[in-house]
Design a protein around this ligand. Sequence first.
Ligand SMILES: *Cc1c(COP(=O)(O)O)cnc(C)c1O
Length: 425
Amino acid sequence: MSTLEDLDRRVMWHPFTQMAEWEPLVIERGDGNYLVDSHGRRYLDGVSSLWCNVHGHNHPRLNRALREQLDRVAHSTFLGLTHEPGIRLGAALVEAAPAGLTRVFYSDSGSTAVEIALKQSFQYWQLRGRATKQRFLRLGEAYHGDTLGAVGVGGIDLFHRIFGPLLVQSIALPSPALVGAAESLDRLEQELAARAGEITALVVEPLIQGAAGMLVHPRGFLARSAELCRAYGVHLIVDEVATGFGRTGTVFACEQEEVSPDFLCLAKGIAGGYLPLAATLSTEEIYEAFLGPRSALKHFFHGHTFTANPLACAVGLESLALLREETLANAQRQVARVASSLERLGQLTGVKATRQCGLMVGIELVPRESRPLGVEVCERARRHGVILRPLGDVVVWMPPLTLVDEDLALLEGATRRSIEEVCAR
Ligand SMILES: *Cc1c(COP(=O)(O)O)cnc(C)c1O
């Protein structure tokens, strides 16, 4: 009889994984902030199952919301029909989002949430007779997903460069995390002054660029770029796929700079990390441009089979309630404790820098020639009971927002030992 590990090696192809060096770890169940493997070993889920888990695994309230919906209907289309969980979650998202975002378009991943914003922005300008507005602005090192439209506004060479010939070209601005807010904003203003008539939208991750290596923006950058976009008649698309739902210490990162974008892209934590769901929120002004008689063909010709999946929406509604009732307050309490942990880890000789925005953390290692230190540290951390996944030389912490003191102690201890062991070699 072949083991699951053997079977996996024989038939599977895993995302962002060099399969030639792949070692399967089979997860059997989840229990709060922990994952349990097929040998019964427990691990703290230090990256929230790729940044999406909010309230821990196997949460009784989320499980109940899912089961109750399952007994009604698992899926029914949103193309030409509607349903209660989709409507109720939509209303709750509008209520929670920055003022002015009044329309919700569902899809099923962060990449599609971004593609929808790009296409809606583009079509909006076409419908308004501004046919020359065809290009997007983005930040250097940006990450907005892996489908071709989203890759077209991405700037991580390692992931994106090979696909260059296939992409919609975008205009890159230097990331304010690398050159400072003033230089990045100057470049933005130059581009807008020179060619706002050709530009559809600026796409940004607010406060912190996640996949770039947890690059924290100087305060004020988001608010000032929003002002510039408004002044020059260019849309602002804010990608809160990673930062949304409490990650940065507020429900949405935009709140911290009182920014109301034209488009808000949500995914990852929207359904608590249980099921694939995404939403692109936009304003009434954008929505209204698409209205007219059916024969005018102004409608938005885009949709996915599993748009607004009712199971995911039911969990999303419960997840948002739970976030406001208890989880957000817990996350806020843990932010200062995480900062103290990072201050201690920052003293280690192998650590070059630490960065934090709420419960998004990067621990950058001093690089070593031809050694993938991030991978080595994360492999070690597993032996010490924590699941981590690096971004190059940056070790990422992205724990569930239900993190408690003992979890953080385990996370810090395992990371410290792993860095010490790897750097001693
Ligand atoms: C993860 C991520 C995406 C892509 O989301 P998927 O659900 O993986 O397609 C987009 N934008 C940001 C900022 C992300 O972190």
